[in-house]
Each structure stands twice: as structure tokens, then as C-alpha cells.
Design a protein around this ligand. Structure first.
Ligand code: PLZ
Length: 450
């Protein structure tokens, strides 16, 4: 086996602007894009990337930007982590593809073994590999239906599960995800979630769970339900952390009624929230987990991992796909798992929370548009509203994100109303870089109209 090393030296981990952002090269690419790329595909930032490493993105104009998005929680081990780059080079020289359904290989098996070890619970587990988060969710529903012989799928308000037909049905928000794209898959039912900022004051997690269960019992009936699919911390919906007791309450009810509890950990998984998986925070052991994003250091890979008896309820040939568990993506995943363990990235996520949250909470006292600073680990958010109200202020979030970008800091937004700033730095981010980025964010927040 040939050994490769990254031939390009890693980028200096600092922010530096050489042109306005976007610069002339990015603007030229944006012009080319309009006559070639479908208009329905949009980008939240107008900056075109030349290289990236660690927590820094270098654009085509030579600007170095601080990345607080990790490509939506993907490059948690850092952009182009050298170990991932080397594993990808090595594996692609060996073979790039055979199709696991045609000619199987060790890397697929090894990833499934590791997922069994890394995920919550000591029960026997099996995994299947796919190429995206939506595909993982689709397969989790297939498995739950086959294993239970039931049809109904329960999802939560503010949920995001993907852009395929079934996962659009499972996703809550119409615009931009669903409008005009129906009819949607049937037998998907939505329950109220726990959204502490917007729930009645003092509502506990147990009460929020009882409210959701009541809707499920009245409108669907527990004995009809194949799966209850939850994001332990809601991602696109606004980084909504449920009140303590909500997830355990739902999990108890699901168990009592033979409903498969699916934790969609596509965004929360792989150390992002300070635990390897967010379900662990309250000791919830999901029956199935859907995984993607941070699993493979930036390569497209997804997985369903769960109880052996559920996973194996599917007939041979019932699960698969041409690219699922591509060997190069698997090699990248194995290299990433090593980094999560070696560098204790759950602890790194908690250290990011310890740096960011006190600073932003202090600022919240000064900036009345900040309704809440919330999140766990390195999945942190600032919800913006019109001062003194809960009225979502989408324009304020857009203004802050744009101000950060023009100063060289990439910040994403999210939320049902688009009014939440979200921070998803690579877990390996240099803390001097993080401090610098926070300073820029604080200035942008202070500039909001009072
Ligand atoms: N489940 C919880 O967060 C993807 C979507 C961005 P795919 N979130 C980012 C966009 O606008 O398309 C996501 C998620 C949760 C499923 C998915 C879907 O994962 O890999 O994008 O298919």
C-alpha cells in the first residue's frame, strides 16, 4: 500500500481580508453560475472557495475567512483533516468503487463495527450505509415499518429531515423546502414539540411530552405507529433544545407501545453537542439512529444504526443503493472516528460552549434583540426577536450574518422563521480564531437597532 501525505500545506489559522467580500473572482463565478446552475440551488454566502483547512476557508480572491458553519456541521474534525486526506488518497488509489451489493469490502464492515461501538446502548446492533442524511431517514422509516408491520410515522413541529419526497413530508417548514413540491408521502403525523422560549412559561419537559403524546393518541393511535422520529436538538428548525424530560418521556411512551424510536442525529451526532450523540445527554437509548454529516470528515456518507432485531427484520436485498458505503467515504469515516477518539472531540465541543455561551449571554443583556442564547456543545444559537416581544426578526439575523461575512466570518442562520444565528465551528477550531470570530459577531450584534 502506498503512503500519501497531504501535499498542500495547511492554511494559516487566521482571518485576513485582501479584497471586499465577495471579491472580484467570486463575483465572476457568481455571474458564470447564473447561466449554468439551477436557480433553485442557492448558497447562503456569495464567496467561492479555493481551499480550506481546520477552521479557515480561503476564497478564490485570497481572503481567509473563519468558518463557523463547518459546511452545516460536517467538517467537525476540521476541513481537510490531514488524516482524512491521507485515508482518502490511500483508498482511492486502492479502489474507488465496486458497489457493496456487488463486490463487498472490509471498509464497509469496519465502519458498521465502529458505529455499533460508538452509538448509545450495549445491545446487539447492525448498520447500513447510504450517501446522505435524507437517505438515512428514508431507510430508518422503511426498517421501522417492516419490523413493526405498521404504517404511521410521527414527527415533531419545527422538524427537518431532508428533501426527498418522504423526508419533505416529515419536514415541518413549507418555504423553501416543500412549497409546490407535493403531493407528499402519506401517513406522516406532526406533534407539538418542546420549544422552551415559545412554550407557556414554566412548562416542563414531561408536560411537553404529555402534550405531544395526547395529540398522537387522539389523532393516530399508538398501535398504528411504526416510528417516532425526533431530532434530540432540532437543527434547521432553530437549534431548539427541548426542556429536560421531554425526550425521556417520549422514549418511555414509544417503548410501552412497541413504537420504534428513531433519533435523527444527522446534525447532532459525532461529538457536536458535547456527547458523542445528543441522545446520551438525557440517557435516551434510541432504537435506531440516523447519521450523516460529521461521520466522514466531509465525504458523503450516511448510516442507519440500531437494534439488531429491527435492522435484521428486513428481507435480504430490501436495503441498499449503488453508492451507499462508498469505500473512499468509508476510509474517511474510519480516519474521522480515530480523530474523534484521539482528540476527545466531545470535550472540545464542551470547551467551545464554555467559551462562547458566557460571552454571548453577557452580550444578550446589552442587545435587546437577543431573545435567547441556547444550544449544547458546539451547536449554539442566538434567537433574534423584535425587542421586548417573541416576534421573530429574520431581517436582524440576515443583517448580522451579512455583517460577519463582510468582516470575514461565516455564520449561518436557521429557524422556522429564519431568525436564528447558529454557530457550528469545527470542533478542532483554534481558540484564538474562535475569539476573533466572536469579537466580529459581538460587534455585528451590537450594531442591531435598539
Ligand atoms: N436530518 C436533522 O439536519 C440536513 C440541510 C440543508 P442531507 N440538514 C441540512 C439544506 O437546506 O438542504 C439534515 C438534518 C437532519 C436530515 C438531514 C438531511 O441530510 O444529508 O442534507 O440529506
Amino acid at each position: 500500500m502506498t503512503t500519501f501525505s497531504a501535499t498542500v500545506p495547511p492554511l494559516e489559522q487566521s482571518r485576513e481580508l485582501r479584497t471586499a467580500v465577495p471579491g472580484p473572482q467570486s463575483l465572476a463565478l457568481a455571474a458564470r453560475r447564473t447561466s449554468a446552475v439551477a436557480g433553485g440551488v442557492s448558497s447562503s454566502s456569495p464567496v467561492y472557495v479555493a481551499r480550506a483547512s481546520g477552521g479557515v476557508i480561503e476564497d478564490v480572491d485570497g481572503n481567509r475567512l473563519i468558518d463557523l458553519g463547518s459546511g452545516i456541521a460536517v467538517t467537525s474534525v476540521g476541513a481537510s483533516a490531514p488524516e482524512v486526506v491521507a485515508a482518502v488518497a490511500r483508498q482511492s488509489a486502492d479502489f474507488t468503487h465496486t458497489c457493496f451489493m456487488v463486490s463487498p469490502y472490509e471498509e464497509y464492515v469496519a465502519v458498521c463495527e465502529e458505529l455499533g461501538r460508538l452509538t448509545p446502548g450495549s445491545h446487539a446492533k447492525r448498520s447500513m450505509l447510504v450517501s446522505s442524511g435524507a437517505e438515512a431517514v428514508e431507510n430508518a422509516v422503511k426498517i421501522a415499518r417492516r419490523a413493526t408491520g405498521r404504517d404511521a410515522v410521527l414527527v415533531l413541529d419545527h422538524a427537518y429531515h431532508g428533501r426527498t419526497n418522504l423526508t419533505m413530508a416529515m419536514t415541518a417548514r413549507a418555504m423553501p423546502y416543500k412549497t409546490g413540491f407535493g403531493p407528499f408521502a402519506g401517513e406522516v403525523y406532526r406533534l407539538p414539540t418542546s420549544y422552551p422560549l415559545r412554550d407557556p412559561a414554566g412548562m416542563t419537559g414531561e408536560e411537553a411530552a404529555a402534550r405531544a403524546i395526547d395529540v398522537a393518541e387522539r389523532t393516530v393511535g399508538a398501535d398504528q405507529v411504526a416510528a417516532l422520529v425526533v431530532e434530540p436538538v432540532q437543527g434547521e428548525g432553530g437549534f431548539v433544545v427541548p426542556a429536560p424530560g421531554f425526550l425521556p418521556g417520549l422514549a418511555r411512551w414509544a417503548r410501552a407501545h412497541g413504537i420504534v424510536l428513531v433519533a435523527d442525529e444527522v446534525q447532532t451526532g459525532f461529538a457536536r453537542t458535547g456527547d458523542m450523540f445528543a441522545s446520551e445527554h438525557e440517557g435516551v437509548v434510541p432504537d435506531l439512529l440516523t447519521l450523516a454529516k460529521g461521520i466522514a470528515g466531509g465525504l458523503p456518507l450516511g448510516a442507519v444504526t440500531g437494534r439488531a432485531e429491527l435492522m435484521d427484520a428486513v428481507h435480504p436485498g430490501g436495503l441498499g443503493g449503488t453508492f451507499g458505503g462508498n469505500p473512499v467515504a468509508c476510509a474517511a469515516a474510519l480516519a474521522s472516528f480515530e480523530i474523534y477518539r484521539r482528540d476527545d472531540l466531545p470535550a472540545a465541543a464542551r470547551a467551545i460552549e464554555a467559551t462562547v455561551v458566557p460571552r454571548l449571554r453577557a452580550l444578550a443583556a446589552e442587545v435587546p434583540a437577543v431573545a435567547e442564547v441556547r444550544g449544547r456543545g458546539a451547536m449554539l444559537a442566538v434567537e433574534l426577536t423584535r425587542p421586548g416581544t417573541l416576534e421573530p426578526d429574520r431581517a436582524a439575523a440576515a443583517q448580522v450574518a451579512a455583517a460577519c461575512l463582510s468582516s470575514g466570518v461565516l455564520v449561518l442562520t436557521c429557524g422556522t422563521w429564519g431568525n436564528v444565528l447558529r454557530l457550528l465551528p469545527p470542533l478542532v477550531i483554534d481558540h484564538a480564531l474562535l475569539d476573533d470570530a466572536l469579537g466580529v459577531l459581538e460587534d455585528a450584534l451590537r450594531a442591531l437597532p435598539r
